[in-house]
Design a protein around this ligand. Structure first.
Ligand code: HEM
Length: 419
């Protein structure tokens, strides 16, 4: 049995909320250990960081996500009954439904809708003195993902749905008013999502379009029954909400283009492989979810320590993506380091690690990458814009983190137009 360092503070909830992104890595560095013990919300927890820790964490079936995050966060991010809260065969069956929506043809459809909607907005942005890119992209994503799943929205509904979905994302990592706002709006969105499921289930065989909404509404669980309306609505939202959340990565991409303009021309000229490396570096470098939690389902040992069923573990996502043992320049934005990345599912884990089907690795990772590539293409080839002076700081005390100004652009013109 090895000694596991323990924080001197009895409870570290405040330190974690103040900066969840560096909470684990800073302490691991201080204790020269990939693991330490502390308490968060008065509960004992093991915090782990690095590739080896991710390998331990992503052994299929070892951890459940049930009870591994505060209920207020769970209800805004995934909610009870969602795929994240399932285990074993029930999980595999539901995950199969999600992964079945991520094939190349389906993703190409979404990209087409997304790019068309973005292009449709360029003349509108052109008429405005300035545009808050994150807010605009959230709306573009909301409309395109709703169309993709098979739901059309009028302008009022678009504004309402975008506001509700973004409030859930904003409130997920906080306690207090921001979280309450998300909870309140969630109830309205859920009612709407249940109506969509009810309407889809009401259609007879030949009227049923082969849309993602139809797939979710008619999905059968392990024993051949349809999950109840609430659960199906939760899964519909689990498709819509995180797609809208990709707006954060898109604004981070715009920020990276602004900070590192040497890539703009090369991307516009489609230098082979560069867009993929740029997008991966955006997901590695910029903060999104700091950690992921699990509760051990059975005893196991790691680093000569015996863990018991019920132990709570937090895996450091952000810190692992910045681990100097894994990345040559962890704190610089350097897309080229992906040219030599070994593609391990344990050392680059912005959306979780391990495998998709029998683990909880994010179902929307390929979709996220494709959307980011599309957005990069649009930002570098479809429009010209200025970036006026603004506060571009990213506060790590807010989870998920965002650019203070939400990235303002001005003097937008379609590419190729005369000013
Ligand atoms: C915006 C960027 C995104 C980030 C940073 C992100 C991150 C994550 C993380 C950290 C997990 C949990 C992994 C674990 O527990 O081990 C997860 C799970 C999940 N994500 Fe994402 N995600 C993103 C986008 C998406 C998108 C676009 C979708 C839409 C399809 C999606 C759907 C899901 C689902 C369904 C799960 C649960 C998977 C399971 O339990 O097997 N995510 N995501």
């Amino acid at each position: 049995m090895t000694h596991i360092p323990r924080t001197p503070a009895f409870d570290c909830s405040k330190a974690f909320l103040d900066n969840g992104y560096q909470f684990i890595s800073e302490r691991c560095r201080e204790y020269a250990s990939d693991i330490f013990q502390t308490r968060i919300m008065l509960r004992p927890v093991y915090c782990v960081s690095g590739e080896d820790a991710a390998r331990m964490f992503y052994v299929p079936g070892r951890f459940t996500r049930n009870g591994a995050m505060p209920p207020t966060t769970l209800s805004l991010l995934q909610d009870h009954g969602s795929v994240l809260t399932l285990d074993d065969e029930e999980h595999a069956r539901r995950k199969e439904m999600f992964m079945g929506l991520m094939g190349p043809a389906r993703l190409a459809q979404l990209m087409e809708l997304f790019e068309a909607e973005w292009r449709r907005r360029i003349p509108v942005w052109q008429r405005q003195p300035s545009v808050i890119l994150q807010d605009e992209v959230e709306q573009v994503l909301c409309r395109s993902v709703c169309q993709w799943v098979g739901i059309s929205l009028d302008e009022d509904e678009l504004r309402q749905r975008t506001a509700e979905l973004t409030a859930m994302i904003e409130g997920a990592g906080s306690i207090g008013p921001r979280n309450w706002k998300g909870q309140l709006l969630r109830q309205r969105t859920e009612r709407w999502a249940r109506e969509q499921i009810r309407a889809a289930r009401g259609l007879s065989g030949e009227d049923r379009p082969h849309t993602p909404l139809e797939v979710i509404a008619h999905h059968t669980a392990l024993h051949g029954h349809h999950p109840d309306y609430k659960t199906a609505a939760v899964e519909l939202l689990n498709l819509l909400r995180p797609v809208v959340a990709v707006a954060r990565y898109i604004t981070f991409s715009a920020l990276a283009l602004h900070r590192y303009p040497q890539y703009r021309e090369r991307l516009a000229h489609a230098e082979p492989g560069l867009a993929e490396m740029f997008v991966q570096e955006v997901r590695r470098y910029y903060p999104f979810f700091p950690v992921v939690g699990g509760i051990a389902r059975e005893p196991f040992s790691w680093r000569e320590h015996q863990f018991q069923a019920g132990d709570w573990i937090l895996l450091d996502l952000h810190g692992t993506n910045h681990d100097p043992r894994l990345w040559q320049q962890p704190h610089d934005f350097h897309p080229e380091q992906f040219a030599s990345w070994d593609r391990s599912p344990f050392n680059f884990i912005p959306q979780g690690g391990g495998e998709y089907s029998h683990g909880h690795r994010c179902a929307g990772e390929w979709l996220t990458i494709e959307l980011l590539k599309s957005a990069l293409h649009l930002l570098t080839t479809s429009m010209r814009y200025e970036v006026p002076a603004q506060n571009l700081d990213i506060s790590l005390s807010r989870m998920p983190a965002t650019i203070h100004s939400r990235f303002i652009i001005s003097q937008v013109h379609p590419a190729g137009s005369v000013q």
